[in-house]
Design a protein around this ligand. Structure first.
Ligand code: ADP
Ligand code: MG
Length: 685
């Protein structure tokens, strides 16, 4: 039996709570809370020898201390050694802290070297007046994901104690039988990863490196992950679902009102969905398709099939704006059945909510559209046949978890359809979604001309303002996206408020609306409505409009500080225009003096309009060290493995997982618990 966390020295109730917030609930979790980077702090570097981007310990005599409060609060401490000078720059500091920096005193600091017009700097470095605090001669210093109340140092100590106390006797060394990479014993592997000697190669230890300890843990995680996927599949196969094989009123009325013909890709995917729905096994299907490929319509037709077969259906969207919009367009298409369609979000008034819940239980509402509010525990369906999850990648872990719990409350499992625009190469999709069937909508509706994308430096904004004014007069509709809502002390980026003020110098107030996360739900809806209806022509917003928003005749997308966004996100944003027949434009407004590298990145969007191509190029530029956003956004609950970078191990680990599930189910279960703990539940969603 392993000890409880609170039995370790230094872990009281408050610390336990902080650890839990990190996802650490057991001794084992501590052992497997792996570092994502290391710092080499083995020696003090001469100021003349530092270079941009390096993390270094430096030490020097204080030459001057400058504090200022305008335009920004800031403190700059200039230091020197025999070889050169360096600035330490702070944006947050107490007066007492400022007073502690005294001329001629020696200070040591650790941080990442950046360059400004004043030379090399460390921004917000860790610092001490005793160099011994910062130098670590024997070990590479691991960096962990931490949280409030838990410092790196504390966590490091806890992990070390945890490994010393962990009972490794039952640690599944069965794996050695399957693959020689598991020959290294688990304890040594963990010790090496958590506290590598300074003699180990940092490159080999880092993500992507080939250190045997790293490979050992990574492959174990991959086996665990694949075991998890297989286990979900097995479990699903034991559940039953309502067969849905009728087309009746709902389907007919959609087709009567449909303003267009389905594309061949839509027809094919719908057919695949229909085949699943006709079985009494719960469908687990992922529909993947580029922005604008018409996934909503496919999902809606799936819902109609379920409803026509006597079930209820629910569509869950990641934002209120998107849920509103789905509700609006769906009730327009299905106006004969509008009474049986409801919208439920976090901002539905409680009286209304009560009514909806009652009607859902009684089966009067057939189609429910909403945000994660549709899966709160008191939302009970009479006969839920189909769950649609739109833009799956946008849902957080907890929301998806509650969805699974919800499903467990009903004796029949609903069919499940998941929509995503995240482009993931097919082979990879097959392993990430081993528990799902994947359909691809690989065709855009006809008549769309490719969006023309251009880059523009901010110093040329006058050109753009002229163009915007004449476009508005020619009836264009413009999205204007800014990275921030209001002015920030530390970030020099354009914000919605400032942009609105500036635009008002050129255009009347009646043309402009704004939209951002700090507005009340009703205000957001009103803003969206006035833009959609054409009352206003320019929507200045944050990235709240990133996913799913559909305004047919919007034709210009302007994105400020485009260099700050990832390519996947820019592609999503761009996908808000070019949805009708108007020639559409995307203008990537970037800071002046853009680095060559960043420019090259933005040019990918200029050169490619297809999401898969953009993703591929993105991968080439960023190198395999970064995955397409899928991993960061939590589709894949992996901490250590990067499914793209490490994909060469997928086949072999899958085989091991299959044998384990068959021959050693207990070992498989332990592995799943160790590596995926709470997260396996959400992979299920
Ligand atoms: P996404 O796949 O990004 O969710 P949507 O479902 O929002 O795309 O569809 C984008 C737009 O294309 C919507 O305005 C939708 O009405 C329209 N659309 C969908 N299918 C077709 C089609 N077959 N022909 C023409 N327009 C279509
Ligand atoms: Mg969509």
């Amino acid at each position: 039996m392993n000890k409880q966390l609170t039995e370790l020295p230094g872990i009281g109730p408050a610390t336990l709570q902080n650890l839990n917030a990190l996802g650490v609930t057991s001794l084992e979790d501590l052992c497997f809370h792996l570092p994502y980077a290391y710092q080499d702090r083995s020696s003090i570097t001469n100021l003349a020898d530092i270079a941009e981007g390096e993390e270094r310990v430096v030490s020097g005599q204080i030459v001057s201390v400058q504090t200022m409060y305008k335009p920004k609060k800031m403190m700059v401490v200039k230091i020197k050694d025999e070889s050169g000078f360096l600035n330490l720059r702070f944006f947050y500091f107490h007066p007492a802290q400022a007073r502690s920096f005294i001329k001629d005193k020696t200070v040591s600091a650790f941080g990442k070297v950046t360059v400004s017009k004043y030379g090399y700097e460390l921004i917000h470095p860790e610092y001490s007046f005793d160099a011994n605090d910062l130098v670590e001669r024997d070990f590479l210093v691991p960096t962990y994901r931490v949280t409030k109340g838990i410092s790196q140092k504390k966590l490091r100590a806890f992990i070390k104690t945890a490994i010393d106390n962990y009972d490794f006797s039952e640690s599944g060394n069965e794996l050695t039988k399957f693959d020689k990479d598991f020959a290294l014993d688990l304890k040594t592997a963990l010790m090496t990863i958590h506290l590598p000697s300074i003699r180990e190669s940092l490159e080999e230890l880092l993500p992507g490196g080939l250190h045997p300890a790293r490979i050992r843990l990574m492959k174990e995680e991959m086996v665990a992950f694949q075991c998890g996927m297989l286990a979900i599949k097995e479990k699903k196969h034991k559940q039953s679902a309502y067969k849905c094989s009728n087309d009746a009123l709902w389907t007919t009325s959609i087709f009567n009102n449909l303003p267009f013909k389905l594309t061949n890709a839509q027809i094919r995917v719908l057919h695949e969905i229909h085949q699943d729905l006709e079985k009494d096994l719960p469908m687990m299907r992922l529909v993947q398709g580029d922005v604008g490929s018409g996934k909503t319509m496919i999902a809606l037709l799936g819902c109609c099939r379920a409803i026509d077969s006597g079930s209820q259906a629910v569509v869950m969207a990641p934002t209120t704006i998107l849920a509103e919009q789905h509700h609006l367009s769906i009730t327009q298409l299905l106006h004969n059945n509008a009474e049986e369609i409801a919208l439920l979000t976090g901002s539905t008034p409680s009286q209304e909510r009560k009514k909806i819940l009652k009607k859902l239980t009684e089966g009067e509402i057939k189609l429910l559209i909403g945000t994660h509010a549709v899966f709160q525990s008191d939302v009970v369906f009479k006969r839920l046949g189909l769950v649609v999850i739109d833009e799956q990648h946008r849902f957080g872990v907890n929301q998806r978890l509650s969805l699974v719990q919800k499903q467990n409350q009903i004796n029949k499992a609903p069919h499940q359809l998941t929509l995503t625009a995240t482009p993931i190469p097919r082979t990879l999709a097959m392993s990430i979604y081993a528990h799902m069937d994947v359909s691809v909508v690989d065709e855009l509706p006809p008549g769309r001309s490719p969006i023309i994308t251009t880059l523009l430096a901010k110093q040329n904004i006058d050109q753009l303002l002229k163009r915007v004014t004449s476009a508005v007069n020619a009836d264009s509709k413009i999205y204007w996206v800014c990275p921030l809502i209001e002015e920030s002390e530390t970030l020099d980026l354009t914000n919605v408020e400032e942009r609105e003020k500036e635009l008002l110098n050129h255009l009347p107030q009646s043309m402009i609306t704004k939209l951002h996360g700090k507005m009340k739900p009703a205000q957001k809806i009103a803003a969206m409505e006035s833009f959609k209806s054409g009352k206003t022509k320019i929507l200045i917003s944050t990235t709240v409009i990133e996913v799913g928003v559909d305004v047919k005749d919007a034709d210009i997308m302007i994105i400020e500080n485009a260099e700050r966004f990832g390519l996947a996100q820019l592609h999503q944003l761009r996908g808000r225009v070019g949805r009708g027949n108007k020639q559409s434009y995307c203008i990537l407004l970037h800071k002046d003096n853009l680095k060559e590298e960043s420019k090259h990145r933005l040019e990918v969007l200029k050169n490619f309009t297809d999401g898969f191509r953009v993703a591929e190029e993105d991968l080439k530029i960023r190198g395999p060290g970064e995955i397409l956003g899928a991993q960061q956004t939590g589709i894949v609950p992996l901490k250590y493995t990067n499914l793209i970078r490490d994909s060469r191990f997928l086949e072999s680990t899958k085989k091991i997982a299959e044998s384990l599930i068959q021959q050693k189910p207990q070992v498989a279960e332990n592995l799943i618990k160790r590596w995926l703990a709470g997260s396996i539940g959400y992979a299920e969603a």
